[in-house]
Design a protein around this ligand. Structure first.
Ligand code: PLP
Ligand code: ZN
Length: 429
């Protein structure tokens, strides 16, 4: 994979709020803030290091609560300038944390079950969070084109954010995505390129493009801006805890594609504890995959530390990453916290989409079906404790994956416009 050298990045003067450096997850070496994503010494992934506002948790809590109704209320904990809320962006976040009592009854959860419904974001997936942070980094580094490799949702989020923020966009997707995802990615007027291959082929192509003069001036939100992009998922952890009354949940179930979201939610929870914003107590993180693309759950169940790549074949296309970059870190987190990684088959995904819709009035995309389906399975297998407070993520909107449920969902009856016909259909009363 092509890696831009640290020395060639003139960004020591870049100002991104409390972010002070990039640090290597593997060896801890530090680098100046810049559009780099791999350690020049050991090739480990880089993440943002901060000088966070410690020492006055009550004051910080009040400052956050008085902030904007978006992820920007957490700007003091993110790699963004202090005036970020005044810049043209989509202001994602502060989505609903739904107390899912009906679903809890069906699943036998007694300790409180919540659905964090991120389909309420501007382009109807959690990807608006990560893109919003990457856009600020792209501005700071002087990029003019925003790009990404995407399983669908990210392409739409980048297209929309670029349109609003005044960037050119050119995004890459596997050629065979759902129509809803393709239209959402194209409608904002940027370039959309379908690649004949899987997501992993798209990702490889983008890595090549970054190393080529053709990619000059391009900010790939999930490649050369990945350290910043990933930080956006921390806001899910912040919001969940704030919405629970500044309390940690006991258990969280999170879908996995690359594994970035899961690892950054864990990072966010640890920051809240370190800053004294929540009281420390144990929490368990569970990962959810589709059986047809389950490299991480397969490794988890086999007790392996390495993740063997798979060729995806599932209706959960947004999670269809066969070679997940953060897979090993997900395994660490699930094991460290006492969680697990599990998978469900496509029929169970469809059943779970319908279960969530029928019980809570929330229409999830296939990724949400995976997460709810895995939650059910974990409870049945005794791995998730129904007596504990549990948060399940719905990361995307069912309107983007209609094909998953259309064959088994439709009108109860089609009748002539007459009372006789209605009576005959047996639906009265
Ligand atoms: C709806 C949805 N949920 C979850 C994910 C998983 O994201 P990550 O790659 O951070 O694991 C994706 C990724 O594309 C997604 O589109
Ligand atoms: Zn390193």
């Amino acid at each position: 994979m092509a890696v831009q050298s640290v020395e060639s990045t003139p960004s020591a003067s870049v100002s991104l709020g409390p972010a002070v450096a990039l640090s290597c997850r593997e060896c801890g070496e530090r680098f100046d803030l810049g559009p780099i994503f791999a350690c020049a010494s050991c090739f480990g992934p880089l993440e943002v290091a901060y000088d966070l506002p410690a020492g006055d948790p009550e004051g910080l809590r009040k400052r956050i609560e008085a902030g904007p109704n978006s992820i920007w209320r957490y700007a003091p904990l993110l790699p963004v300038p202090a005036d970020v809320a005044d810049k043209p962006n989509l202001n994602p976040g502060l989505t609903k944390l739904v107390k899912a009592d009906n679903l809890a009854r069906e699943l036998g959860v007694t300790g409180g079950l919540y659905v964090k419904d991120d389909s309420g974001n501007p382009t109807h997936s959690f990807k608006d969070r990560v893109v919003a942070i990457a856009v600020e980094a792209a501005r700071a580094f002087g990029f003019t084109t925003l790009s990404c490799s995407s399983t669908g949702n990210l392409a739409g989020a980048v297209g929309a954010a670029a349109a609003r923020a005044g960037f050119r966009s050119c995004v890459f997707i596997p050629h065979d995505l759902e129509a809803g995802k393709v239209v959402m990615a194209a409608v904002y007027g940027g370039e959309l390129v379908g690649i004949e291959g899987t997501y992993d082929d798209v990702n490889r192509f983008c890595s090549e493009l970054i190393g080529d003069p053709l990619g000059e001036g391009w900010g790939f939100v999930n490649v050369n801006l990945r350290p910043y992009y990933g930080e956006g998922s921390k806001t899910l952890a912040y919001e969940i805890c704030e919405q629970l009354g500044w309390r940690l949940p006991d258990q969280i179930v999170i879908p996995i594609a690359s594994g970035s979201q899961l690892t950054k939610i864990d990072k966010g929870l640890k920051e809240l504890i370190a800053l004294g914003l929540v009281e420390e107590k144990p929490y368990k993180i569970f990962g959810a995959q589709a059986e047809g693309c389950s490299p991480v759950s397969t490794a988890f169940k086999a007790g392996h530390d390495v993740v063997r790549p798979q060729k995806p074949d599932t209706i959960a296309k947004s999670l269809a990453i066969g070679n997940p970059a953060d897979g090993p870190y997900v395994l660490d987190i699930a094991r460290r916290t006492g969680g697990a990684v599990e998978d469900v088959n496509d029929a169970q995904v469809v059943d779970a989409i319908k279960l969530l819709a029928r019980t809570e009035g929330i229409f999830a995309e296939t990724a949400g079906g995976v997460t709810v389906g895995v939650t059910k399975k974990l409870i049945e297998d005794g791995l998730l404790d129904p007596a504990l407070t549990t948060v399940v993520l719905n990361t995307g909107d069912g309107l983007k994956t209609l094909d998953a449920v259309a064959p088994t969902t439709g009108p109860t009856a089609t009748i002539r416009p007459s009372l006789d016909a209605f009576r005959a259909a047996g639906l009265a009363g």
